[in-house]
Design a protein. Structure first.
Length: 417
């Protein structure tokens, strides 16, 4: 075999690797698509593209029969598209890893979208999630220039693109020379991809991707972010289920207030915060006066209704930063951050008056019965600097109020209280 023959064989061997590489790429696409649960059409397109690229390159190998319809530019474009597809799917695998790394909602959203932004170079994004209380969309994560201009509170219905795609459950790509007239599409956005995030039972939110340039997004970009949306939907659904289960374990099933376990966890955190920043902290312990007699007189169902009404009145009288909990039976505890004992006493008086003002269980047939509460107040660090000691101090003040005649507020006065 001469030099030319050897050179020709080397070239042939090198070129014959292309269909092998294309086949490997097809397998990569197959595995990645299966892993990410992409659509069947996307899976077939990926595998078909790999096979076509391999076949085209094989036809161009040295010594092959000339193909009158061959188009080297088309083959190069197919190879380029194949590489882009592999890179997109690799990026989606990375997104999937970020999504599965945490079930804590805020951490999940921040980490995942940061990974997407780094992989794609997008100029701005906003992730909107349905608030469980208001049932409206709220911006949970944002990046790029739009992060400073997106609305901070709940989005009004029918005033946002995120709300529209949630209602229609259909992803959209929009572009225009003028700014788009939605509350969640602030200037200078000219192109937007909007993808609904759908759970098993209901819409969970929406992902919006922004660009200041008109017609900035291709069909490939649209498909990519729809796939990201599917991953985020699964993650949001899982995180929502976990949060619901966690919330149930920390709630009193009768009144809906936080329970004693949650009280101790939050109080520990508030004590540390008060010590670190040299801030006051107060706790009020509340007991419904003569509740056993009320229960015996009206029965347990009426007693349960009264406890629920007490819980609601307490919630209505406190600040948003205060935490109302059911301690057990007819006892409640309210955590009052950044509150001195003197101020906490005023809050205790407000709570006491709110309970005593209106009879409980009023119906058309029954005028109801009055109920009152006794309140004990303790402060940190004056009275205690640990959860157990602070609750014992508030309890001692509570029993001082009961000994003094009930329906009153007492401050902890030391061991003699």
């Amino acid at each position: 075999m001469g030099y030319d023959d050897e050179s020709r064989m080397t070239t042939l061997t090198a070129s014959s690797r292309w269909p092998v590489l294309a086949g490997v790429a097809g397998v990569v696409l197959l595995v990645a698509a299966g892993f990410l649960a992409l659509s069947v059409s996307a899976l077939l397109a990926a595998v078909g593209g790999a096979l076509l690229a391999g076949a085209a390159v094989w036809r161009r190998r040295p010594g092959a029969e000339p193909d009158r319809d061959s188009n080297p530019g088309r083959v190069d474009a197919m190879a380029s598209a194949l590489i882009d597809g592999v890179l997109d799917l690799y990026s989606l695998v990375e997104v999937g890893r970020a999504v599965s790394a945490s079930l804590h909602l805020d951490e999940l959203l921040t980490t995942t979208l940061k990974r997407v932004a780094e992989a794609t170079g997008i100029e701005g994004y906003g992730l909107f999630v349905v608030d469980t209380v208001t049932r409206r969309l709220v911006a949970k994560s944002a990046g790029g220039p739009v992060a400073q201009t997106l609305p901070r509170g709940p989005l009004p219905p029918d005033k946002s693109l995120a709300d529209r795609v949630c209602r229609t459950r259909v992803a959209e790509v929009l572009t225009g020379e003028a700014p788009l007239a939605w509350l969640d599409t602030p200037p200078p956005s000219r192109s937007i991809i909007a993808v609904p995030l759908l759970g098993w039972e209901r819409p969970l939110g929406a992902l919006l991707v922004y660009s200041p340039a008109p017609s900035a997004f291709s069909a490939r970009d649209f498909a990519y972010f729809k796939a990201v949306g599917r991953q985020l939907s699964i993650a949001l659904d899982n995180a929502t289920v976990l949060n619901r289960a966690t919330d149930m374990s920390l709630r009193d099933p009768l009144t809906g207030l936080f329970n004693r376990r949650y009280l101790e966890e939050v109080l520990e955190t508030e004590i540390r915060r008060a010590a670190r920043y040299n801030l006051p902290l107060a706790v009020t312990m509340i007991d419904v006066d003569h509740f056993k007699a009320y229960n015996d007189r009206h029965g347990h169902p009426r007693g349960d209704e009264a406890l629920c009404e007490v819980a609601q009145r307490l919630r209505d009288q406190v600040r948003r930063t205060d935490v109302v909990t059911r301690y057990g039976g007819e006892e409640f505890v309210v955590i009052l951050p950044v509150t001195s004992k003197a101020h906490a006493r005023l809050i205790g008086e407000k709570l006491r008056a709110g309970i005593a003002a209106v009879p409980f269980g009023v119906t058309r047939e029954w005028a109801g019965d009055p109920l009152t509460i006794s309140v004990g107040v303790a402060g940190c660090p004056d009275d205690a600097t640990s959860v157990g000691d602070l609750l014992r101090a508030a309890d001692a003040a509570l029993y001082a109020a009961k000994r003094a005649g009930r329906n009153r507020v007492e401050l902890f006065q030391g061991s003699g209280a």
